[in-house]
Design a protein around this ligand. Structure first.
Ligand code: NAD
Ligand code: HSO
Ligand code: ZN
Length: 437
């Protein structure tokens, strides 16, 4: 892991670069696959599944019998753990429900805002190197709480054409309406255009590798919304001498094991602590089944020493990590000062894995510095806000002149007329009533 002491500000950008390929490197492949899926549907899906996943499938739809079989293969202990996580995720996301906002902005002018579910959503569940069934909880639970009526799930098949049983069990538990064995760029293209087997959706959610992330970004050109760019996992830990080097090393390795393009960073105000963590990483790495992946990710990673906590905070906000762990005697300084991070974990006993699986927060988070402008997935991600208004006769009399003047100033006579005709009608109505008297 590269060690850097007191980096100069002008070098931060280079130092904090992610190891992912750029959009330009991948875009050509993504465009080609999108074009083919759009014109050839399932035939193109089968072609690319064969190329990238090494399997030929006649039917990509998961059947009820596959789900039934999968459920029997998941142990009772794992089912219980999934239920614990599901309950916490449900509690945290249900609490995010907001009520209608109603305001009478002016006498007789009633405006309100209400949320409605996005009807058709697509969930991408990564399955390349690890079957991330926990991601189903993070996406399908809020989709159901929001009231989405069609919840389509795509996940890559293995070389035998099967999907990990825990994925099928969890998808069924969370009320997913359709499960399809398709991964990568072709899955995102399928949900964007729709094919004979894959329903077209309005919004695509979920993390994935850099191919999936770029494909989601391209999907937005075809009127499909996406949650955010949620690419290769990353973690930044801020720790000082008060922290536990073993714990910090374990957290860094937990995100390094996701993929060779993951990145982990330790920022510390103690050179001694950095040295301790370096030793612990080496020791723990030896024992990991995914040490080859983690080792490669570690090569892209950084141990950074800075003298002052103010510099540490500036650097962290510049990086905008997906996950940010704070293990410091000065914890409040960082908690209050952090501006750009997907999710924050505070104290020695809050491992990042807690948020990945079971504490209740969502693990689908912006990576690659996008925490500067995007939120992680939450209940609102599955809804859109709609506004309503109802104006009374009194109301249009009060507000009408302002609208007429503004419309006229913009040169939009028809807009003005829409008010003038009504005001006139009201005047006539009043004159008629007065005559009657
Ligand atoms: N940001 C988040 O919230 C978050 C959450 C969980 C996981 N992740 C990340 O998700 C990723 C999961 O990646 P994964 O690879 O294990 O699974 P994946 O399902 O994202 O990708 C696998 C698919 O990639 C495609 N693919 C592989 N090589 C290709 C190539 N050369 N060209 C075109 N397509 C190719 C294949 O179709 C394959 O099915 C990891 O990087 C992990 O860090 C991020
Ligand atoms: N750390 C990942 C988000 O970057 C989520 C995850 C799923 N399973 C384990 N971890
Ligand atoms: Zn993780």
């Amino acid at each position: 892991m590269k060690k850097i002491y007191n980096p100069r500000k002008q070098d931060w950008q280079e130092l904090l670069k992610r190891p992912t390929q750029t959009i330009d490197d991948i875009e050509a492949t993504v465009e080609e696959i999108f074009g083919e899926v759009r014109s050839k549907g399932d035939q193109a899906i089968a072609k690319y599944t064969s190329i990238f996943d090494g399997v030929s499938l006649n039917d990509i739809k998961v059947t009820d019998s596959e789900i039934g079989k999968a459920s029997k293969q998941v142990s009772a202990e794992l089912k219980e753990a999934i239920t614990t996580a599901k309950n916490n995720i449900e509690k945290f996301h249900a609490a995010q429900k907001t009520s209608r906002v109603i305001v009478e902005t002016q006498n007789g002018v009633n405006c309100w805002q209400e949320k409605r579910p996005i009807q058709k959503v697509g969930l991408y569940i990564p399955g390349g190197t690890a079957p991330l069934f926990s991601t189903i909880l993070m996406l399908a639970v809020p989709a159901n709480l929001a009231g989405c009526s069609e919840v389509v799930l795509c996940t890559p098949p293995n070389k035998e054409g099967a999907v990990n049983p825990a994925i099928l069990y969890t998808a069924n538990l969370c009320g997913v309406t359709e499960i399809l064995k398709v991964g990568g760029i072709q899955a995102i293209a399928g949900m964007t255009f729709g094919t004979e087997s894959i329903p077209q959706v309005y919004k695509i959610f979920g993390p994935g590798n850099q191919f999936v992330t770029v494909a989601k970004q391209l999907a937005t050109k075809f009127n499909v919304a996406i949650d955010m760019p949620a690419g290769p996992s990353e973690l930044l830990v801020l720790a000082d001498d008060s922290a536990n080097a073993d714990f910090v090393a374990s957290d860094l390795l937990s995100q390094a094991e996701h993929g060779i393009d993951s990145q982990v960073v330790l920022v510390s105000t103690s050179k001694g602590f950095i040295d301790d963590v370096e030793v612990k990483i080496k020791d723990q790495l030896e024992e990991l089944p995914r040490r080859e992946i983690a080792q490669k990710a570690i090569e892209n990673s950084r141990l950074i020493y800075v003298e002052a906590k103010e510099t540490a905070l500036q650097l962290i906000n510049e990086y905008g990590p997906e996950h940010f762990i704070i293990c410091s005697a000065d914890e409040d300084y960082y908690v209050n000062g952090i501006q750009n991070a997907g999710s924050v974990f505070i104290g020695d006993y809050t491992p990042e894995s807690a948020g990945d699986y079971a504490s209740g927060t969502n693990h689908t988070l912006p990576t690659n510095g996008y925490a500067k402008q995007y939120s992680g997935v939450n209940l609102d991600s599955f809804m859109k806000s709609m506004t309503f208004q109802k104006i009374t006769k009194e109301g249009i009399k009060e507000i009408g002149v302002a609208i007429e003047l503004m419309a006229e100033a913009e040169g939009l006579q028809a807009h003005k007329n829409a008010v003038t005709l009504r005001l006139k009608a009201l005047q006539e109505e009043r004159a008629y009533e007065n005559q009657g008297v």
